[in-house]
Design a protein around this ligand. Structure first.
Ligand SMILES: [Cu+2]
Length: 355
């Protein structure tokens, strides 16, 4: 663990501990400290948020109550299947706008979670660009808590361009992606763990110069949810369980535990499939496999220079991505899973129907 990562972890943990102070029932501070210490986190100044340059994230919109209460419970939005089809892109300048919004959405059949979203959906919209595109990013915070946008496709000082954006404010910056890939984006506001688990995550696909050969292009974003009962029939993110490294309640592809089992992803048999898989975590590893298929080619991080052949599965850690290419020669129902089957049993399963 490098010094800067160590510092980030410590900062997040400190902020988390302070936020948790008001949540006496579930998030006893001493227990959290003990768990954090057992986890080997160096806590030089637990509860101390006064260091220069680190006060903004922690001091805004941090009511003295459970962090769970900082998600706004609203009416449950009607379920809409997240379209796994990847839209094509052409090279050129791009304007990418994301807006943070409160929303209460279904994450599994009959389970609605009050959370935070990019553009109203969990995951946020799939963004796509090409290496060399000049990209203008606009971040609009329409939610009620301070948020930010961390774009893994960029190389930029995070303290400058992954800035905290206050509710009602917006922020704009530019970058030009240098590497192709299937990248995560997420809110980076402390505690990042809580902001990702509350729904603020998505993916940006950066194509190589010249693009990819024709194929049926799909995207699956794995993430997991940790929830506890909230007001009424709505669940809320379970901050205590998150901090305790507890098990997730649901592991999902594209934000819903059973959407592609209930409504399979349809593809054409005998024609190549290119599937971008991004693991947005926040914690769980993905051993991605398609039952009945072998990946002809796997591109680590979805960069065509990182090619592997004939794989049964590909390991994708949180905050990482891959591109898998395969062809389903015979019609039938094939199942994409996280082959760590405890996670498949909790929702990381999708039916791909070849017709
Ligand atoms: Cu956030």
């Amino acid at each position: 663990m490098g010094p800067s990562i160590d510092r980030d972890v410590r900062r997040e943990t400190e902020a988390a501990l302070v936020r948790a102070e008001g949540a006496a029932a579930r998030s006893d501070r001493r227990a959290l400290l003990k768990r954090a210490t057992l986890a080997g986190l160096a806590l030089s100044a637990v509860g101390g948020l006064g260091r220069a340059g680190e006060t903004d994230a922690a001091s805004v919109s941090q009511p003295a109550m459970s962090p769970n209460m900082s998600v706004a419970v609203g009416p449950v939005q009607p379920f809409v299947r997240y379209d796994p089809t990847l839209q094509p892109v052409v090279p050129g300048p791009k304007n990418l706008t994301v807006s943070m919004m409160n929303a209460t959405r279904e994450i599994a059949q009959g389970v609605a979670m009050a959370g935070w979203t990019f553009n109203g959906t969990i995951p946020g919209p799939v963004l796509r660009a090409v290496v060399g595109d000049p990209i203008t990013v606009t971040v609009q915070n329409e939610a009620t808590t301070a948020h930010s946008l961390d774009l893994h496709a960029a190389q930029t000082p995070p303290d400058k361009n992954y800035a905290i954006v206050m509710p009602g404010k917006s922020f704009q910056w530019q970058f030009t992606p240098a590497y192709p890939g299937a990248f995560m984006y997420h809110c980076g506001t402390a505690p990042t763990l809580f902001h990702i688990a509350s729904g603020l995550y998505g993916t940006i696909i950066v194509d190589p110069p010249g693009g990819w050969p024709p194929a049926q292009e799909l995207v699956l974003i794995e993430s997991e949810f940790y929830v506890e009962p909230g007001p009424g029939d709505v669940s809320v993110p379970d901050f205590g369980n998150l901090m305790a490294y507890g098990p997730p309640n649901y592991v999902t592809f594209n934000g819903h535990a059973s959407q592609y089992v209930d409504q399979p992803i349809q593809v054409k048999a005998g024609q190549p499939i290119r599937l971008f898989v991004v693991n947005d975590g926040p914690n769980v590893w993905c051993s991605f496999h398609v039952v009945g298929a072998i990946f002809d080619r796997v591109y680590v991080n979805a960069n065509p220079k990182n090619v592997l052949y004939g794989l049964q599965s590909i390991s994708i850690g949180p905050g990482d991505g891959a591109c898998v290419e395969f062809t389903l020669q015979e019609a039938g129902k094939y199942t994409a899973v996280n082959h760590s089957f405890g996670h498949a049993a909790h929702g990381a399963s999708a039916t791909i129907q070849a017709i």
